[in-house]
Design a protein around this ligand. Structure first.
Ligand SMILES: Cc1cc2nc3c(=O)[nH]c(=O)nc-3n(C[C@H](O)[C@H](O)[C@H](O)COP(=O)(O)O)c2cc1C
Length: 196
C-alpha cells in the first residue's frame, strides 16, 4: 500500500529530509492532497472490529501530532465496550454516532489553558481522522455539550478540572459519506489584504 514506507517510525525519527523525499518517491503530491481533500465525516459504521495493529498505528500518529511548545497536553481514552459507547452517545451533545462505532477515541485535555488546548485538540482530532482514513476507516468528531461534558467525565472516570469535550467515533464505513458542499475558494481566500 502506498503509505507503508512513510509510516516507518525509524525514518520519521531519524531522517526528516529523507522522510519528505520518501513521500514524493512513493506517491505524487496530488495523491496526497486528493487524500487530504477527500476526508469526510462518517457516522454510520459496519459491525466489524478494528484490528489492534491498526488502532496502534493511528495512536502513533496521534502521539506525533504537534502541540503548543510540544507540551502534548492531550490524553486519549480508547473506548470499545458497547455499554460505554452507548452511555457516551447519550451523555448530551452531538455524539449519537458513538452508539454504532467500533470504538471511540476520547480526547482528555488538562483544562488549564483553553485557547492553546483547544487548538491542539483540533489538530489532534484531524490527524486521528486522517490516520483512520489511511486505513480505510471512517470517523467523525462528536462534541459533548457543556452539560454533557461532566457526564462524559463521570462515565470515563476522568477527574476535574480536566475537559472531555471531543469524541471521535471510528469504524469501517457502512455507506458512502454525505457530500456536503464547501464555499468556493474566492469566498475564503484573499490576496495580500482583506477586501474592503
Ligand atoms: C469543532 C468541531 C465540532 C464538531 N462537532 C460535531 C458533533 O458534535 N457531532 C457531529 O456529528 N459532527 C461534528 N463535527 C463534524 C462536522 O459536522 C463536519 O466536519 C462538517 O459537517 C463537515 O462534514 P464533511 O467533512 O463530512 O463534509 C464537528 C466538527 C468540528 C470541527
Amino acid at each position: 500500500m502506498p503509505f507503508e514506507r512513510i509510516t516507518d517510525r525509524e525514518s520519521i525519527k531519524t531522517d526528516l529530509l529523507g522522510w519528505c523525499e520518501t513521500v514524493t518517491e512513493v506517491t505524487n503530491p496530488r495523491q496526497i492532497t486528493d487524500f487530504l481533500r477527500s476526508l469526510r465525516a462518517v457516522r454510520e459504521f459496519k459491525r466489524q472490529p478494528i484490528p489492534d495493529a491498526v488502532v496502534q498505528d493511528i495512536l502513533e500518529v496521534a502521539r506525533w501530532s504537534g502541540s503548543a511548545s510540544n507540551r502534548q497536553f492531550a490524553q486519549i481514552i480508547v473506548v470499545r465496550k458497547p455499554d460505554s459507547l452507548q452511555a457516551l452517545a447519550g451523555a448530551g451533545g452531538y455524539a449519537g454516532h458513538l452508539r454504532g462505532a467500533a470504538l471511540a477515541m476520547i480526547l482528555v485535555m488538562p483544562g488549564e489553558w483553553a485557547e492553546g488546548e483547544t487548538f491542539d485538540e483540533g489538530r489532534l482530532a484531524e490527524r486521528i481522522m486522517l490516520a483512520a482514513a489511511a486505513h480505510g476507516l471512517g470517523a467523525s468528531i462528536g462534541w459533548f455539550s457543556p452539560e454533557g461534558r461532566p457526564k462524559a467525565r463521570d462515565i470515563l472516570g476522568v477527574p476535574g478540572p480536566k475537559v472531555v469535550r471531543t469524541a471521535i467515533s471510528m469504524g469501517y464505513p457502512a455507506r458512502a459519506p454525505r457530500r456536503e458542499k464547501r464555499k468556493p475558494l474566492n469566498d475564503l481566500v484573499f490576496e495580500e489584504r482583506y477586501p474592503s
